[in-house]
Design a binder for this molecule. Structure first.
Ligand code: AIR
Length: 193
């Protein structure tokens, strides 16, 4: 839980292992930006099935409104949570070394009709988007979040347009020279899974 605040968490982040935490920290960073309360638990569909099930069954009564799950490999966590609650469940497939996260994605995305899980992209972009999507869901109920979402979109637009302006002005070679050690490299590194 966000220790700085005593407000009840609205978002429950459940990860299959602490090894998922570096990726899922992207979600946490987004939620912090939106000032949204969250709790984080390590619960595995396979290693701690009873506790994962208990978490899902009690989440709504504890005030949780959206659940975000991150798991890898045979990633059944999101599906097993979704089977025990009607809260929206968002899932982030973790990158894996042997199958590059395709295993996680396939384990998450092919839910049977009737028990939906909203799967995001594999790895960091998915983790970040899980935070944004959770904010978008909560914005339906809390208008202040909608304002923050609009600001975030405007900022994104401004950033891209500034880069476009510079590219048009400088041309490709000099743009690459001036940018190679700064934001392009940083951005590529950030998006690396
Ligand atoms: N996992 C844990 N219980 C069931 C599954 N599928 C996943 C974790 C993690 C991966 O297995 O979510 O992505 C490897 O976990 P570990 O603890 O061996 O590093």
């Amino acid at each position: 839980m966000n220790k700085k605040s005593s407000r009840k968490p609205k978002i429950g982040i459940v990860i299959g292992s602490d090894t998922d935490l570096p990726i899922m920290n992207e979600t946490i960073e987004v939620l912090k930006k939106f000032n949204l309360e969250y709790e984080v638990r390590i619960l595995s569909a396979h290693r701690t099935p009873d506790e994962a099930s208990e978490y899902a069954k009690t989440a709504r009564d504890r005030g949780i409104e959206v659940i975000i799950s991150g798991a890898g490999g045979a990633a059944h966590l999101a599906g097993s949570i979704a089977s025990q609650t009607t809260l929206p469940v968002l899932a982030v497939p973790m990158p894996t070394t042997s199958l590059y996260g395709i295993d996680s994605l396939y384990s998450i995305v092919q839910m049977p009709a009737g028990v939906p899980v909203a799967s995001l992209a594999i790895g960091k972009p998915g983790a970040k988007n899980a935070g944004i999507l959770a904010a978008q869901i909560l914005a339906l109920k809390y208008p202040i979040i909608q304002k923050q979402l609009e600001e975030m979109r405007s900022e994104m637009r401004r950033n891209v347009l500034a880069r476009d302006k510079k590219l048009v002005k400088d041309g490709v070679s000099s743009y690459l020279k001036s940018s190679s050690s700064s934001f392009i490299t940083k951005k590529r590194r950030r998006n690396k899974r």
